[in-house]
Design a protein around this ligand. Structure first.
Ligand SMILES: Nc1nc2c(ncn2[C@@H]2O[C@H](COP(=O)(O)OP(=O)(O)OP(=O)(O)O)[C@@H](O)[C@H]2O)c(=O)[nH]1
Length: 402
């Protein structure tokens, strides 16, 4: 099964929320029309430019970082296209909407079996004129999918540009929504960069239970399969269970996991791991860390000590600081990014547990608010349930686009 299919199937809670909401919104003030004779959206109206989004912050570290080495097998850099997002969704929203997304075929184009048995495609479609009321309802729907107020407003404002008064069906609205969401997320979709200089040190941070261990296991397995030599350091030395869990993932991935006795200094383990990774000629060292936010000062000290110590071995380390976030926490993830940006020099995000939650919209809010690269998303507990982030696929899955 392709990852997109999996993503679509597993993000059903988010998409069905939006689906149901859209059905209700359109049927509330909409009118049933014959699909074949449905009025086209005004072809003459030129498509206005979208409201510009703020430039994502470019971190200094990223600018200074060495050129990424190509690693297409693990996290293929999506081809940087210059075409606007809507073009990549195969929708030209400058064209009449019915042409772009109206799925109903003209009667004479019905399939041969359909014609033989007198079947036609859907005969009617409900459309509602886009007005302030409807925009407000759309905004509320997006907020209820955890997109946050500012981002929901941006999406609906862009959707409305040049379309006020036009009659739209549910599939047309979904298409527009997906286009606007994807436009926001496009700039942050960047796989974890791989550098020529090794070992590349990846510090993995996040609250307890966010999916750090699982993500490290999945990434290690994918990098190993791509021919990279990986070492894992079990830096959450305070929880024996966390260390055991990491060992299980290390075994699964066929990657060594360095551990230290319970309660010992994580920085000292990180130093030993760095020594071993250098001696072994490892390509990647992934360091798991504790996620106790109850005592922020302690955690901050712990993380900065790890960084200080590994910099004795390589002044540029860590080369990436991945923040792992749990999608089921919804808008709380926004707060977590803020806190971890204070605690560590977060360079990119991984969002886990997009399966089984109706809160997937939070990822759009994060992209909009912070502009941090989104490297990968997780949609399950299995080793292959992590994939590079693809904004068009994500947007389509989020709104339930067929
Ligand atoms: N459904 C689902 N579950 C996930 C995903 N990623 C991780 N999990 C589960 O979430 C739980 C917590 O994951 P861990 O990887 O142990 O999280 P952690 O951040 O390392 O947690 P601590 O070890 O407590 O610090 C586990 O039961 C995982 O199987 C995902 O993408 N989808």
């Amino acid at each position: 099964m392709s990852f997109f299919k999996k993503l679509k199937n597993r993000m059903f809670k988010s998409s069905s929320k939006i689906d149901e909401g859209l059905d209700a919104i359109v049927s509330e003030g909409g009118e049933e029309e014959a699909a074949q004779t449905a009025p086209l959206a005004d072809a003459e109206t030129p498509e206005p430019a979208p409201i510009p989004e703020p430039e994502p912050v470019v971190e200094e570290a990223e600018v200074k970082a060495p050129e990424p080495e190509a690693a297409p097998e693990v996290a293929p850099e999506p081809p940087k296209e210059t075409a606007p997002a809507q073009a990549r969704l195969n929708v030209d929203i400058t064209a009449p909407l019915t042409e772009a997304s109206e799925p109903q075929a003209e009667p004479e184009k019905a399939g041969i079996l359909g014609r033989m048995f007198g079947r036609t495609e859907a005969k009617t479609v409900v459309r509602r004129a886009l007005d302030d009321d409807m925009l407000e309802q759309l905004e509320e729907l997006l907020i209820s999918a955890d997109m946050g107020v500012d981002t929901a407003l941006r999406v609906t404002a862009n959707m409305a540009e040049g379309r006020l008064g036009k009659k739209l069906s549910v599939p047309e609205i979904k298409q527009l929504m997906a286009t606007e969401i994807s436009r926001i997320m496009d700039p942050v979709a960047r796989p974890l960069p791989l550098y020529a200089k090794t070992p590349q040190v990846v510090l993995v941070v996040g609250v307890n239970g966010s999916g750090k261990t699982t993500t490290i296991g999945k990434l290690a397995s994918q990098f190993k399969a791509a021919g990279k030599k990986v070492v894992i350091a079990a830096g959450d030395t305070f929880r024996a269970a966390a260390v055991e869990q990491l060992q299980v993932w290390g075994d699964r991935a066929g990657v060594p996991v360095l551990t230290a006795p319970e309660g010992s200094d994580p920085a000292s383990l990180a130093f030993d791991a760095m020594t071993q990774a250098q001696a072994d000629g490892a390509d990647l060292l992934m360091i798991d860390t504790a996620g106790r936010l109850q005592n922020r000062a302690d955690l901050m000290e712990e993380l900065s000590k790890i960084v200080r110590v590994i910099r004795k071995k390589d002044p540029d380390a860590p080369h990436n600081t991945l923040l792992v976030l749990d999608a089921t926490t919804g808008q709380n993830a926004v707060q977590q990014v803020k806190v971890f940006q204070e605690l560590a020099d977060v360079s990119g995000l991984v969002m886990t547990k997009l399966d089984g939650t109706a809160k997937g919209g939070v990822l759009v809010a994060l992209a909009d608010k912070f502009g941090l690269p989104i490297h990968a998303i997780g949609v399950g507990e299995q080793i292959d349930d992590l994939a590079p982030f693809d904004p068009e696929e994500f947007a389509a899955a989020l709104v339930g686009l067929e």
